[in-house]
Structure formats: C-alpha cells, structure tokens
Design a binder for this molecule. Structure first.
Ligand SMILES: Cc1cc2nc3c(=O)[nH]c(=O)nc-3n(C[C@H](O)[C@H](O)[C@H](O)COP(=O)(O)OP(=O)(O)OC[C@H]3O[C@@H](n4cnc5c(N)ncnc54)[C@H](O)[C@@H]3O)c2cc1C
Length: 394
C-alpha cells in the first residue's frame, strides 16, 4: 500500500490543521471543560469560515454541489479536526458540517428535497434510531418497535434507546419491524419528523460522555408511506452498509485524540523533573511514549487501508471492522499512558486528557462494540472472505 498525497490533499489537511489550532483550540480556553456546543455566534462565524475555505461538508458528492473529497483525505482531515478537548464526539464542534447518512443520497426526490438538501445546507439535524432497550449489537433480532400499514400511513409503536441528538434533531432515520415473521428482512427504515404527534422524548440518558443521549417512545405515531426510505424490508441492509462505512471516520477521529495526547505526553516528559532528572530520560516513560506511537501508527495504517479500499470501490467490511476495533482500543491505551506520564494534573479538568479518557471508553461500545467487530472479522476469516495472505493488501 502506497500513500502518496497530491498537492490538493496536502492543502486540505494543512488548512484543517491550521484552522483547528488557530480557531478551535483558543476558543476552548473560555469554554466549560464539558462543553459540547459553541455559542451560536461562534458557531455561525466558524461555519462561514469553513464554507469560505471550500471545506464544508467535504464528503458531499459533486453531483450535489459538494467538494466530493475522497475517503483517504477525509480520514486524514478527521484526524486533524478532532485534536482538541471536545474533538472525540464533536470534531471542531461540527463546523465542518455533519455528513448526511449515505442512504439519503439514494432517497426519492421528495425525500431528498425534504431531508437531504436541508442537511447539506446545514439547516436540519438528524438522529439515528437503531438501538432499543432490548439491545443494539444485534439489531436484526433486537428491534421490536413495530410499524403497521394503515391506508397511506404506517402506524409506529415502540421505543428506542441511546439516541444521540434526538431531542435537538429535526428528523431521524428510525428502524422498525414491518414484518414480524421475516427476520432481518422484516426491518424497514422510516424518515420521522421529530414534531410528529406520538414522537416522545421520554428522558435524557446521561452517560460517561460530556453530552447525553435519549430514550424515545413512539405512541401510535403516524408516518406517511412516502417516508419509507428504500424498499420495505431493506432497513437492515441500509443500516449495515451505512455503519460499515461510518466506522472509518469514526476510527480516524479517535486517532486524532491519541495524537494530541501523545504530543502532550512528550512535551510534559521533556520538562517535568523528578528525582533530579526530567521524566523523558526515564526508560519507563520512554517505553510508554514508544508504545503510544506504535498504537497510533498501527491504527492509522489500518484506518487508511479501509479508506483506500472504500475509495477504490472494493469490499471493505473486514478492514473497517479491524480499523474500528484496533483504533478505538489503541486510542484508549494511548490516552491512559499519557495520563500516567502527567501524574495528578493528568486527571484534572485543567487538561483535556480526562475527557478523552472517559469518552474513549464509549468508543468500544458505540457504532458496533468491539465484540461485534470481532464477530464480523471471524465470519469473514472462517468463510475465506478475508485472508492473511498478501492478497488482503491488494
Ligand atoms: C453514548 C452512546 C451513544 C449512542 N448513540 C446511539 C445512537 O445515536 N443511535 C442508536 O441507535 N444507538 C446509539 N447507541 C447505542 C449503541 O450502538 C449500543 O449501545 C451498542 O450497539 C451496543 O448495544 P447494547 O448496549 O444494547 O449492548 P448489547 O447488545 O446488550 O450487548 C452487551 C454486550 O455484550 C457484547 N456482546 C453481544 N453479543 C455478543 C456475542 N455474541 N459474543 C460476545 N459478546 C457479545 C456486546 O459487544 C456488548 O459489549 C449509543 C450508545 C452510547 C453508549
């Protein structure tokens, strides 16, 4: 595998890096350590700057008026966007735009007008409703929320759990069971406006992360049949494909945080003195820094490999799962070691390490837990869909 970046790719990465260092990091000095949103004025100002730089919504295809930036560049840019305190869950406070869920690009004309285009313009926000109180790692079996056809509508009853942003979103992609006898082929996806009667935010669910999630209930919620995304029974395929692709940027963001933690650890070790010498001269500390670097570099290559396969239109399910498991677990180790190098100051809210440490723990559960990624990889290895031969690289 060869990574030769074009001048344009370098420029994008360089511009994102400069923007984060000059605009985002200084702003955080005045924000609460647990802030996950910018004041509206700053949000607007920085979003306008990103738009002027031509870097807003980088992944939007050119046919929708976006820059159509490739996955490798977006992966490297994501690494830069996340190098600040809130960066793991809110890279650059989303001023680079929230990428629309890819299934919306295949939506009907009506759905594109109503949902996709406003998302692209940054006028609407979306949430994802897969997980239910009955479980999230095996949605094909766990989804119990039911939709029953009634004339031109579907009537939805049930509940969802852990839905990030559902209380602040304009609509959601909600996955429900339309045929109780058809297993994974019995799941369909609906576009649901959050102001629909019967859509209830039951409670806010507080987690390790600085922002919260929600629990939702659907009580005889009527959704027009025109809001079915894709075909009836295609919901599982839609969510599977989408989550697989999302694992690449998801993993890259964690690497960004690890890179930032490693830089902090190196800087601190060079200046902090104990027992008459700086920490950097202690082999125990040097090994931690080296282990950090091994974790970061291995993660980066795994994530880039998945991104390259995605760009080439090749299957990348195994590569995305490998990247997700390794990069999320490795980033946790890197931040943990970097905290150890810092001693007591490392666990204070004066530094971003404690927030990264907490929030990274969720990354081994969210978007398909580590165990599920290992199940995906094991299936591919046992069915010979994946191999350790060099063929896996080419
Ligand atoms: C902060 C946060 C934000 C989230 N945001 C969203 C969101 O926006 N939308 C949404 O739909 N969901 C969201 N989720 C839900 C998340 O996707 C699920 O928590 C995740 O998929 C795991 O599902 P579960 O919690 O029900 O665990 P379960 O499915 O109950 O699994 C429990 C544990 O067992 C492990 N396990 C399961 N099966 C096996 C097996 N066969 N072998 C070995 N181990 C196994 C799992 O890996 C997991 O660790 C969010 C979760 C969190 C914590």
């Amino acid at each position: 595998m060869e990574l030769k970046l074009s001048e344009e790719q370098r420029m994008i990465i360089h511009n994102v890096r400069r923007f984060v260092r000059e605009e985002i990091v200084p702003l955080e000095r005045d924000l609460d350590p647990d802030a996950f949103e910018l004041p509206a004025r700053e949000q607007e100002r920085l979003t306008a700057m990103v738009k002027a730089m031509g870097l807003y919504q980088m992944g939007i295809p050119k046919r929708y008026g976006g820059p159509g930036v490739d996955m490798i560049t977006r992966t490297l840019a994501a690494e830069e966007m996340s190098q600040h305190r809130a960066g793991l869950y809110h890279p650059s406070y989303d001023v680079f735009g929230e990428e629309p869920p890819p299934p919306l690009f295949e939506a009907t004309d009506y759905q594109r007008e109503r949902y996709l285009l406003p998302l692209i313009r940054g006028e609407k926000r979306v949430f994802i409703g897969v997980t239910e109180p009955s479980g999230g790692s095996d949605p094909a079996r766990a989804i119990q929320t039911k939709a029953v056809r009634d004339g031109d509508d579907w009537v939805i009853n049930g509940s969802k759990m852990f839905n990030s942003w559902a209380d602040r979103a304009d609509f959601g992609l909600v996955f429900v069971r339309t045929n109780p006898k058809a297993g994974r082929q019995g799941i369909s996806c609906f576009l649901v406006d959050t102001d629909t009667p019967g859509f209830v935010v039951k409670r806010l669910v507080h987690v390790l992360r600085s922002d919260y999630t929600t629990e939702l209930a659907f009580e005889d919620m009527r959704v027009p049949a025109t809001h079915l995304l894709g075909e009836e029974g295609q919901g599982f395929a839609i969510v599977n494909e989408w989550l697989t692709a999302n694992r690449i940027p998801y993993s890259a963001v964690g690497i960004g945080v690890a890179v930032a933690a490693q830089k902090m650890a190196i800087e601190y070790a060079k200046h902090r003195e104990t027992f008459g010498d700086v920490l950097a001269n202690r082999q125990a500390i040097q090994w931690m820094l080296v282990d950090n670097e091994l974790d970061i570099r291995t993660s980066r290559w795994l994530v880039l490999h998945a991104a390259q396969k995605a760009d080439e239109g090749k299957p990348f399910r195994f590569e995305a799962a490998a990247a997700k498991v390794f990069a999320t677990e490795a980033a946790g180790r890197v931040v943990d070691r970097s905290m150890q190098v810092h001693g007591g100051i490392g666990v204070t809210k004066d530094l971003p390490l404690e927030r990264w440490y907490r929030e990274l723990r969720i990354r081994r559960i969210g978007e398909g837990p580590s165990e599920v990624q290992r199940i995906i990889m094991a299936r591919d290895l046992l069915s010979a869909a994946a191999t350790s031969d060099l063929d896996s690289l080419i």
